[in-house]
Design a binder for this molecule. Structure first.
Ligand SMILES: Cc1cc2nc3c(=O)[nH]c(=O)nc-3n(C[C@H](O)[C@H](O)[C@H](O)COP(=O)(O)OP(=O)(O)OC[C@H]3O[C@@H](n4cnc5c(N)ncnc54)[C@H](O)[C@@H]3O)c2cc1C
Length: 443
């Protein structure tokens, strides 16, 4: 499983503010938008709201962000969308741009996708571990004067026609907060989704997955490689600092796979030449995967995004990417909804735009996972023949690259003209300047 750090941290005060203001007991008692969860999507939404001058509070039950690498790629469309948050340039500086994505069998290439001809300034796969992506987002939020209230858990969420009441557990005891809207950026087991009564339908993949970040000798360091071997899938992708991400489907694996486990996976499924040598496992995990999408993205004043709204196989590296686009779109819509007499129509757009995008992503990740986990010599021969055939069709290869990069889903992230032209909040304000505070807080 994942290894969340339990090191407590005290966030630095914002310049010019009362140093005690950031203690959990000093949470505002009311705000326009409460974001539950400070993973990548919650932080991206907080940046968007901070830039738009929307009063908001972002909380996370963890004292510190997870410092594990998880999502290893940022796609072109995500980088295009993140430009509005002012983080794309820094992400590009930190990551490794790769132009090629190859599906291989043990003998050679079945299908090669090239990203450099794509119509975008970001014509590559940007390889960057999730902890660094989160750090860039967190630093940007801090630079804008925003703040994450950590160690604060939402324990109950109740909405009424005028707003939402949220009960919180904080290190200094229970608290409550009233918000105009509450956004669940709280992951797969979302309390906000449950409070909204939104179903999360789908299923669980039969196979488990192993994920490891390793140091090793590896000849294919300029591409993301998916090996479709008769024993199952193994993916190898370079990350910054000479690290490689290895992901594989498995029936059984130790909870934290070691050097020998990863070497055995590469020996039995990787290149037939077998010259690679795993030297060190820096982080590893074994996990089961679900494929689910929320039946709706909004119920009244409660909204969901990111893993709270959709989860699926990591094949194609789409999970965090889809969630980050959700966040940018929802930020633009909330900036308008909080200023509107009735924000319902504006917020309905969110579900109409983003749920179909998630369905497309689930279908893509599902197809890749099904292809990768096929069994039986006849099916494998058919699959490999099909991929080799597609490899000779440049138009089809480009379509698949457009889908993987997210660029073919741009239309699911563009606000309708009538909404885009409507007034949005624009003036940045500190996220905690609200009238009502808990009694023991400094004013
Ligand atoms: C092992 C692993 C490998 C992965 N690999 C990839 C990959 O290769 N590519 C890819 O795109 N994606 C990958 N993902 C998925 C990716 O990590 C997620 O899509 C991404 O983290 C989702 O971001 P999020 O902000 O929606 O939710 P999360 O990152 O899950 O963040 C949710 C936050 O909410 C907080 N929270 C939850 N409940 C409460 C509450 N009641 N009160 C307060 N706070 C709360 C949690 O502490 C957490 O910080 C992987 C995930 C895992 C676990």
């Amino acid at each position: 499983m994942l290894h969340p750090s339990s090191t407590p941290s005290t966030p630095p005060p914002i310049a010019g503010e009362h140093p005690q203001l950031h203690q959990p007991e000093c949470l505002p008692a009311a705000t326009e938008v409460l974001i539950v969860g400070a993973g990548p999507t919650g932080m991206a939404l907080a940046i968007a709201l901070q830039q738009a001058g929307v009063k908001h509070v972002i909380i996370d039950k963890l004292q510190q962000g997870l410092n594990t690498s998880r999502a290893g790629v940022i796609h072109a469309h995500t980088l295009e969308m993140l430009e509005s948050l002012g983080v794309s340039r820094q992400l590009v500086q930190l990551g490794i741009p790769l132009s090629n994505f190859c599906i291989r069998n043990r003998q050679g290439v079945l299908l090669k996708l090239q990203f450099n001809p794509l119509p975008t300034p970001y014509h590559y796969l940007l390889m960057l571990p999730q902890d660094l992506t989160e750090k860039v987002l967190s630093d940007r939020l801090t630079a804008l004067g925003g703040h994450i209230f950590r160690g604060v858990t939402a324990t109950a969420v109740t909405q009424d026609p005028a707003g939402v009441s949220v009960t919180l557990a904080t290190p200094s005891g229970p608290a409550s907060l009233r918000a105009q809207y509450v956004v669940g950026a709280d992951g797969m087991h979302s309390i906000v989704r449950a409070a909204a009564g939104i179903g999360f339908e789908g299923g669980t993949y039969e196979e488990s997955f192993v994920l490891a970040d390793v140091r090793m000798d590896w000849a294919l360091a300029n591409e993301v490689s998916l090996f479709f071997s008769p024993l199952g899938l193994v993916v190898v992708a370079p990350l910054p600092n000479g690290i490689f991400r290895v992901v594989a489907t498995v029936h059984q694996a130790p909870e934290q796979p070691g050097v020998d486990d990863i070497q055995a996976l590469l020996d039995s499924r990787g290149p037939a030449a077998g010259t690679d040598k795993v030297k060190e496992v820096l982080w590893s995990s074994r996990f089961r995967l679900h494929h689910r999408v929320a039946n709706d993205y909004r119920n009244g004043r409660l909204l969901v995004m990111g893993d709270a709204a959709h989860v699926h196989s990591p094949a194609g590296g789409q999970g965090m990417n889809t969630g980050l686009v959700d966040a940018v779109v929802l930020g633009q819509l909330l900036a308008r909804a909080v200023r509107a007499a009735d924000g319902s129509a504006i917020l309905d757009t969110y579900r109409k735009m983003r749920r179909p995008a998630a369905s497309r992503v689930l279908a893509l990740a599902g197809r890749l996972t099904t292809l990768a986990t096929l069994r039986g010599a006849a099916k494998l021969a058919l699959r490999n023949g099909l991929l080799s055939f597609i490899n000779r069709l440049p138009f089809v290869r480009r379509r698949i690259a457009m889908e993987l990069s997210g660029l073919s889903r741009r239309s699911f992230a563009q606000l309708p003209a009538a909404i885009a032209q409507s007034p949005a909040a624009v003036a940045p304000v500190p996220n905690h300047t609200v009238a009502a505070r808990l009694p023991d807080c400094p004013s």
